[in-house]
Design a protein around this ligand. Structure first.
Ligand SMILES: [Zn+2]
Length: 729
């Protein structure tokens, strides 16, 4: 639904005579409506809460209703109804002998019967429990008819069944989302139990027009001042979308031509004073349905109708095939007309699995508005439209507490919900995004879906694991606060290296958002856009280019809900990990850092390198040989030479693998032979180079390097002497 709660006037709109002029950007109007939406009084909240009893008391999972026959007589003068509702279901468990349906205690049950006679029942706690005449097993059918009457409860602003008036004329309307159907007819009032079809038969004063879901089957004059109007909804429908609109409406028609030879009626039930006035506004629908059909696939209820009927609730509600809408300028805006039409696919054809996942209805409907505007007015307008209603507050799109209607329909599920689809589109790309919508429709049409079911479809189409995306955006709060900097450096091998640093500053949950981010580089040859995949709170990117950037913009087209700012590129360590080492082998690796300021030096600020390894403070090269092995953790700090506030640190963990010592291998060539003796003689007598590993060169293990080691080696090599042993230098 699109909610504006009994807002008396909308200042950004000017009503004058028969025209309504929109001042400013419609998306701004949308936002204005949200920001100024009136909160319900406490009394309304309490009244609403009364109808939101938990479903746990029902045995809704033990049966499946496939058909309702709703036959009501509406007494407009006494504001009462009498009803005869047939419920046709099948057991989903063996031995089902009672069926518990929702029905408000404000209604009085006269009897419950079926072809075998009257059935016993109890009614209390807003439940009707019917004892079947015989138990039924899984897949077997049952039916009964409930005869009842009374004044249906009205539950605050989210009213179930309302007797009001407009222009002094009686107005009887319903709005049952989320759990108001039970306030006027007995039903399994839960989204997952859609009926395959519903008959809606209403007897009422002959002066009143009756509009409802589906197709008009008949309208019979009873000859007693009443008539009986029979509507048939033959597409699956959830209980909260069954609706009545009764008033001496002016009725006018239009057509949606979906092929050269086929068309579907559009029906408008408007206040008589709005007969001519409403036509230009609802006149956009033939084109609008065509646009949405191009994007989402054909209008779901193509064998029936689409239309709008006026009611006096301060918003609009996507009743299946017949949206109810306020007669204020809000209800005539393209945004709202598109929103409710979008719901016919998203909300009606596929309904949220439960109210925790209401964004499956509302986020999609909001995004339908944007897609309609994109198709009609182009990409720039699409972005302008999206940008106008970014949601900046806290809370999660997943609604944890669904006991309060005002939680379910908070702005976050609309605005941030719409943005989730906007962002997802950029993450997976247009082709996969729209293919996902098509596959989602194919898989879940006439059913319900949860976030995870939608996610699975997009993952299958895109081949991407999108757990991170849905986890942070549907279950997380707030949005990223980016700060970025960059450094452009000529590459000696040609071209340029662009060093980009992105960090996220938010302390909210999650503390960082994983997202692909577009980066636009300004260059003499025009802008170049690169995408980086940011999956850390502090992250460096090195982008090789053939251009020098003179400036950058993060997320220039605003595909992410975020704030961002830039800063100077100070100093950043680019090396994320160092190679592991091997005992007795020479090690060499470099901690690469870039400074946008000037010279810098490196040091070990925490932990220690293996014995024998050193960090060169000027080059940040780590090198050396160690006789140790094991795990080492250390932190390298780089710091500007002139400004100690410019520094960066990186922590590393490396392994030094153990290696077998080769005692006597003085020249470090992997074996022991006369060459080692020669090497030692050169070292001792002729100022030759040091042995690499002193312990190996100390062949006689006397803890000194001297001629004795040379003699020992020669004895071993030529005279069958004792083998060298590991020394103790
Ligand atoms: Zn909506």
């Amino acid at each position: 639904m699109a909610i504006i709660v009994l807002l008396p006037t909308v200042p950004v709109w000017a009503d004058s005579g028969s025209t309504v002029e929109l001042e400013g950007n419609p998306a701004e109007v949308h936002r204005w409506l949200w920001e100024n939406k009136l909160q319900p009084s406490l009394g309304q909240k309490q009244a609403t809460a009364l109808s939101l009893d938990a479903q746990t008391a029902a045995n809704w999972q033990e049966y499946d209703v496939y058909f309702y026959s709703i036959d009501l007589t509406v007494y407009h003068l006494s504001a009462t109804i009498s009803g005869r509702v047939g419920i046709y279901g099948r057991a989903t468990v063996d031995g089902l002998d009672t069926v518990k349906v929702n029905l408000s205690d404000s209604l009085t049950i006269d009897s419950v019967y079926n072809s075998s006679g009257n059935l016993t029942f109890t009614h209390g706690g807003n439940y009707l429990t019917v004892n079947l005449d015989a138990s039924v097993n899984t897949g077997e059918g049952f039916d009964f008819t409930v005869v009842y009457s009374g004044h249906p409860e009205s539950s605050g602003s989210f009213a179930g069944f309302r007797f009001t008036s407009n222009g002094g004329l009686h107005l009887i309307t319903t709005l049952s989302e989320p759990m108001g159907a039970r306030s006027w007819w007995p039903c399994n009032d839960i989204t997952t139990d859609k009926a395959d079809s519903v008959d809606i038969i209403v007897t009422v004063d002959a002066s009143l027009v009756v509009a409802s879901n589906g197709l008009l089957e008949s309208d019979i004059d009873n000859g007693d001042g009443t008539h009986t109007v029979y509507w048939k909804e033959r597409y699956p429908i959830v209980t909260y979308l069954v609706s009545l609109a009764i008033h001496p409406y002016a009725v006018w028609y239009d057509w949606y031509h979906y092929s050269p030879t086929d068309s579907m009626p559009l029906e408008f039930y408007v206040y008589p004073s709005h007969d001519a006035y409403s036509r230009p506004f609802f006149g956009v629908l033939p084109e609008m349905i065509g646009i949405m059909a191009d994007v989402f696939g054909e209008y779901p209820f193509i064998d029936e109708k689409y239309g709008c009927s006026h009611f006096d609730w301060g918003g609009a509600m996507e009743h299946q095939t017949l949206t109810s809408t306020t007669s204020s300028s809000f209800g005539y805006s393209d945004d709202v007309v598109a929103h409710e039409l979008g719901h016919q696919w998203w909300g009606d054809m596929i309904t949220c699995g439960d109210w925790h996942h209401i964004w499956i209805n509302e986020g999609f409907a909001v995004y339908s508005e944007a897609l309609y505007h994109e198709a009609k007015y182009g990409t720039n307008y699409y972005h302008t439209y999206m940008n106008a209603f970014e949601y900046t507050g806290g809370g999660s799109i997943y609604i944890h507490d669904t006991t309060d209607v005002w939680n379910i329909f908070g702005a976050i599920v609309y605005d941030k919900g719409g943005w989730v689809l906007h962002m997802l589109r950029h993450v997976v790309g247009d082709a996969d995004f729209f293919q996902s919508l098509a596959d989602y429709r194919a898989q879940y049409q006439w059913k319900t879906a949860t976030t995870e079911e939608f996610q699975a479809v997009v993952e299958t189409v895109s081949g991407m694991d999108l757990e991170w995306f849905f986890e942070q955006w549907i279950y997380g709060t707030f949005r990223p606060i980016y700060r970025h900097s960059y450094l452009a450096e000529e590459n000696p091998a040609g071209g340029w290296n662009l060093y980009l640093h992105v960090r996220q500053l938010q302390a909210t949950s999650p503390t960082f958002f994983t997202m692909p981010i577009d980066i636009r580089f300004e260059t003499l040859s025009g802008p170049h856009t690169e995408m980086v995949f940011n999956d850390r709170q502090n992250q460096n990117f090195v982008i090789a280019t053939d251009y020098e950037a003179s400036g950058i913009t993060l997320d220039p087209n605003r595909w992410i809900t975020r704030t961002e700012s830039s800063e100077f590129y100070t100093i950043h360590i680019l090396t994320e990990s160092l190679s592991d080492g091997v005992q007795y082998e020479y090690y060499h690796d470099t901690v690469v850092a870039k400074s946008g300021q000037g010279s810098f030096f490196c040091r070990i600020s925490d932990g220690a390198l293996p014995d024998g390894w050193e960090l060169d403070s000027a080059t940040c090269i780590i090198s050396g040989m160690t006789s140790d092995s094991g795990s080492y953790a250390f932190t390298v700090e780089v710091m500007d030479e002139n400004n100690s506030s410019y520094s960066d640190t990186a922590s590393y963990a490396i392994e030094v693998a153990g290696s077998v010592a080769i005692p006597g291998d003085a020249n470090f060539d992997g074996g022991v032979d006369v060459g080692d003796a020669v090497y030692l003689i050169n070292f001792i007598f002729k100022n030759g180079p040091d042995p690499q590993i002193l312990d190996w060169a100390d062949a006689n293990a006397d803890c000194a390097l001297n001629v004795g080691d040379c003699v020992y080696l020669i004895n071993f090599v030529f005279k069958n002497g004792d083998p060298p042993v590991l020394g103790c230098m």
